[in-house]
Design a binder for this molecule. Structure first.
Ligand code: DC
Length: 227
């Protein structure tokens, strides 16, 4: 029997492993992976480069029509982002962009602007989409909803390792403080705050390694859809 199109929404705080896990799950299930944080990050990069205060709603809104945000999925399934024709896939990962992305993502018009872009992916094919409000706002009818989390200490440790591997190490205390600040921003903003959807399965990876987390995610998905 052919599998019907379905959507998997993965939400959770930064550093919980959403993107790494969702990418691996997408590969296994042969569905598309959409990293929605990357889209907010492109707007963050644009604000930073223009010297715009990312909390200044009027200035950010005035900038939006000038932005041509491109999302392309390569044959390897990886999501490449472009800004007015320039590939910014690497630039959006610079540590200073995280706070810009978090700030612009708190602006209601920015969220409204990106809503349709995100929904379109799920109309066209089966997807696993990660973000903060996918199960609550973007895809409230998703067949599977997962709230992926881990303690802030574990997330900070993982982020430190990642930064070290990228050659941009940072002290643990600084990383932890940033993660906690971003958690606060993302879950206390007035619009679409980070929260677990009522019908989402809670997956805490504090005590799990990558393979265990991936197996748990796949099991959760397969229990809900015939994937
Ligand atoms: O997942 P990330 O760290 O790349 O996301 C960057 C910022 O964008 C993060 O601080 C929260 C915000 N974001 C959001 O508000 N809604 C989403 N669906 C995805 C990300």
């Amino acid at each position: 029997m052919e599998q019907k199109r379905y959507a998997v929404a993965v939400d959770g705080p930064s550093g919980a492993g959403k993107s790494t896990l969702a990418k691996a799950v997408a590969r296994e299930l042969h569905i598309m992976y959409v990293d929605t944080g990357a889209i907010y990050r492109v707007i963050g990069v644009a604000a930073q480069r223009r010297g715009i205060d990312p909390k200044d709603e009027a200035a950010v809104m005035a900038m939006l029509p000038e932005l041509d945000i491109g999302i392309k999925h390569g044959a390897d399934g990886l999501q490449r982002m472009s800004l007015n024709g320039e590939d910014v896939t690497d630039a959006i990962r610079l540590p200073e962009i995280s706070m810009y992305a978090s700030a612009v993502s708190a602006l209601p018009p920015v969220r409204a602007y990106l809503l349709e872009t995100q929904r379109k992916f799920a109309r066209e094919q089966s997807v696993i989409m990660d973000g903060r409000d996918i199960g609550t706002v973007v895809l409230p009818d998703a067949e599977v909803k997962i709230f992926l989390t881990a303690s802030s200490a574990v997330r900070a440790k993982r982020r430190c390792l990642e930064l070290e591997q990228r050659g941009t190490p940072k002290p643990y205390d600084e990383v932890l403080a940033e993660i906690e600040q971003r958690d606060y921003n993302d879950s206390h903003r007035a619009i679409a705050p980070l929260r677990q959807a009522e019908d989402a399965a809670l997956v805490d990876t504090s005590e799990l390694d990558f393979e265990q987390s991936k197996a748990l995610l796949l099991k959760t998905i397969r229990e809900s859809v015939n994937a």
